[in-house]
Ligand binder design. Structure first.
Ligand code: FAD
Length: 287
């Protein structure tokens, strides 16, 4: 089913997982999915590195198993910066043959060691291409704190509006830790005439170094309140994990109270954390 056709009387709750590295057995991801069985997401999205750290067959096989075995809708991530138009068409053929109906259309990050192909310069080029191919629900990425390469926040919103007009039915946001930043971004989208649902990306922090690396890569700011938590518990793994879970629950509760369209949880393939968060917010999501 296309996720834009889901019954959205309640906010969407989705999970993101990533495929195991080429060197790891694929079964590790199925162990993760088995452990997630008491979490009930509307869909699970499967990442796919633009630089090709896993094969697209692995990603497609995981996305199709999520649908067929776990009976959960899946979304395939599709970065395009290293794809030719023939590659993209072949990948769409494979996705279609495997019954996958939802694609998160992405540009992907440039690997400094691999020159881009540049047949698709922006995600919007891929969104148009998928629209011409037909038969898929297309989702796009967005950046509440502005994409790092954008000339300005206003330019980024203008480019986002263009991407949505090319055929995105919804958006999933980059992670953020300050809900006010997200609310202000939603206002800017509304003013720009971007009227599709925007799912809020939430990353539970369980490790100080991991989050410092992520925020460096994506530009998300750490609010003072959150930084104090990281500083206080950085050498106590269990306390930091519990504080990170509590912070994510607090963020989701506030987002729900403010009527957002949905929450996309970056699970980092950690079922324990996803289960604890889901247990704490499931009644809030359904209310
Ligand atoms: P775009 O929408 O193309 O935007 C990239 C930059 O180009 C922005 O600065 C934008 O303002 C600018 N731009 C866009 N259109 C134009 C235009 N027409 N003219 C001029 N400038 C323009 N990466 C992966 O490799 N694999 C994944 O699985 C993955 N999953 C992700 C999931 C989510 C929810 C998010 C938020 C990101 C994910 N990424 C993933 C990272 C993403 O690929 C990078 O952030 C990348 O740098 C931008 O991708 P995009 O699709 O947002 O690009």
């Amino acid at each position: 089913m296309k996720i834009n056709e889901l019954n959205k009387s309640t906010p969407v709750f989705s999970l993101e997982i990533f495929p195991p590295k080429k060197t790891a057995p694929i079964d590790t991801i199925y162990n993760t999915l088995n452990e997630l069985s008491d979490v009930s997401p509307d869909f699970i999205s499967v990442t796919f590195g633009a630089g090709g750290s896993v094969s697209n067959n692995t990603m497609i096989s995981i996305a199709s198993t999520i649908k067929d075995k776990y009976k959960i809708e899946s979304v395939a991530h599709m970065p395009c910066i290293y794809l030719t138009r023939d590659d993209a068409e072949h990948m769409l053929d494979e996705l279609k043959a495997n019954g996958i109906e939802n694609i998160l259309a992405l540009r992907g990050d440039v690997n400094p060691d691999i020159p881009p192909v540049y047949q698709f310069r922006h995600a919007s080029d891929l969104v148009e291409f998928i629209g011409e191919y037909g038969g898929f629900n297309v989702i796009g990425a967005c950046y509440p704190e502005t994409h790092l390469e954008a000339a300005s926040a206003a330019e980024d919103i203008k480019n986002l509006k263009y991407k949505v007009d090319c055929g995105c039915n919804e958006l999933i946001s980059q992670l953020f830790f300050d809900n006010n930043v997200f609310y202000s971004f939603l206002e800017k989208c509304e003013i720009a005439g971007i009227n599709v649902p925007v799912e809020a990306g939430i990353m539970p922090v369980t490790n100080k170094r991991q989050i410092e690396r992520m925020t460096r890569m994506c530009g998300a700011k750490l609010p003072e309140k959150f930084r104090r938590v990281l500083d206080r518990y950085e050498f106590n793994d269990e306390a930091l994990r519990d504080a990170g879970i509590a912070y994510a629950i607090d963020q989701i509760t506030d987002l729900m109270a403010n009527g957002v369209s949905g929450v996309h949880l970056y699970t980092m393939n950690n079922p324990y954390v996803a289960k604890r968060i889901y247990a704490a917010v499931k009644n809030i999501l359904k209310a």
